[in-house]
Write a protein that binds this ligand. Structure first.
Ligand code: PLP
Length: 449
């Protein structure tokens, strides 16, 4: 008996006890039995596994409406005239277990503040995780630096630390790992490489509120950690972001940069505008929403964790379904998304897109996730620009193009399947629906070929 069959049997034993003895004895082909039971696929006109909708997002409990109205009526809408943004920063720093937090207008601007403050300059190179939301690439380009991709570890969905060192050049200044989908990157290895090569580490924790690595919060493991509070995120405010850190001097410079380069703390008033700055400030309204949303974030995180572990237990033995694995040292995901890899070989070669369509038809909302963005249009657009041609030699840009091959990331982009964080806020019955939807497609895969 091969491994697949064995795990298949274990799966059957927990889902379908009545027929298991006969199947184990080899008397009934497992697939035929289950196929009959599960019925016609919804995409082919059958009854869907689920007709209920999923938890809508964001959730608003009216608890902050009075406070919102009072800020509105006060006219103190900007942090310089109000207290809400500062209050939020204190609360978020405490939640993260870090000394300081700077609220920003969004996650993209949080990353820009971090890159700028840590001295990433035009013509520098930054090692970036390729499997991420596009903002991670964009901020490096906006800083006029070169995002150099290190391949992805398909099992953990995060940057493969063993692929980082080969990408370091004399121009490399930073590593930008992403705790993507809420899954912590292998920070011990990344920090060790950074130390060895004298690089700074900026964590893109824009999907990783309350995720943990060796029981420390993601965002507190590198030099600076960046968060997003965009509408879809687990801590939403429409738009919003934060940079967190423990170094007062660096955090003072972050503050100064995010508010037009005005003096702040250790950024002394040697003149009115001692450093170059920008406006990346959060409004008082965003902070009011965030403090209200923070009341539920820990409870939500526990619910997602419990449901994710349960869902994994239900689907891990379905052939061709490989749930995410935590990286070495990672102790907790934030479950912004629940991911697994879909191996079409075990599904009679049915392409992932067809699997996704069939699963959606069963009432199970799902997505295929990121594409191979390292080959997306923005790369050539930037490399061909006048600025980049001035900043980087023809030889370097040629080599960059030649080395921009990420076979593991390409494969992951073809196989990933995601479920949204809102789905994980349901109960066990909701997780059963997801598992049953996948199983139904597996059992009836021959009807899709
Ligand atoms: C959302 C997100 C960002 C950008 O945040 P915005 O608030 O949308 O600007 C950056 N990186 C990752 C991984 C994200 O998911």
């Amino acid at each position: 008996m091969n491994k697949t069959n064995q795990s298949r049997r274990q799966f059957m034993a927990t889902t379908c006890a009545g027929t298991v003895a006969a199947i184990a004895a080899g008397a009934i082909p497992a697939r035929a039995q289950m196929g009959k039971k599960a019925g016609t696929l919804a995409i082919l006109g059958g009854q869907p596994v689920r007709s209920k909708s999923w938890q809508s997002w964001p959730v608003w409990n009216r608890d902050a409406e009075e406070e919102m109205i009072s800020v509105l009526r006060s006219g103190n809408w900007f942090r310089g005239r109000g207290t809400k943004v500062s209050e939020f920063e204190e609360k978020y720093a405490a939640l993260m277990g870090t000394k300081r937090c700077l609220a920003t207008s969004c996650g993209t601007t949080a990353l820009l503040v971090a890159l700028h403050t840590l001295g990433i300059d035009a013509g520098d190179e930054v090692i970036v995780a390729p499997y991420t939301f596009i903002a991670t690439y964009n901020v490096v380009f906006l800083t006029k630096a070169l995002p150099v991709f290190a391949d992805t570890d398909q099992e953990t969905f995060t940057i493969n630390p063993d692929k980082i060192e080969e990408k370091i050049t004399e121009r490399t200044k930073a590593i930008l790992p992403v705790h993507i989908l809420g899954l912590p990157a292998d920070m011990n290895k990344i920090n060790a490489i950074a130390k060895k090569h004298n690089l700074v580490v900026i964590e893109d924790a824009c999907q990783a509120w309350l995720a943990e690595y060796q029981n420390k919060k993601c965002g507190t493991l590198g030099d600076l950690g960046c968060f997003s509070f965009q509408n879809s995120k687990n801590l939403p405010a429409g738009e919003g972001g934060a940079v967190i850190g423990n170094d007062d001097e660096i955090m003072d410079r972050c503050y100064s940069f995010h508010s037009c380069g005005r003096p702040y703390g250790s950024v002394k008033r040697t003149s009115n505008y001692p450093i170059v700055g920008s406006n990346r400030r959060m409004t008082e309204f965003q902070a009011v929403i965030l403090m209200s949303q923070m009341e539920r974030i820990e409870m939500d995180a526990d619910t997602r964790l419990e449901n994710a572990l349960y869902l994994t237990s239900k689907i891990k033995d379905i052939p061709g379904i490989i749930p995410y694995k935590l990286a070495n040292g990672a102790t907790r995901s934030a479950y912004h998304l629940y991911p697994f890899r879909y191996k079409k070989e075990q599904f009679d070669g049915i392409p992932r897109e067809k699997f996704l369509a069939a699963l959606k038809a069963e009432g199970i909302s799902c997505a295929g996730g990121y594409g191979p963005q390292n080959k997306d249009g923005l790369i050539e657009q930037a490399l061909n620009s006048r600025g980049y041609k001035r900043l980087f030699s023809e030889k370097r840009l040629k080599q960059y193009r030649e080395e921009n091959h990420l076979p593991d990331n390409d494969q992951l982009c073809k196989e990933a399947v995601w479920f949204g964080q809102n789905m994980l806020l349901g109960d066990k019955k909701d997780m059963d629906d997801i598992a049953n939807g996948i199983l139904k497609i597996y059992e009836n895969r021959d009807s899709l070929v």
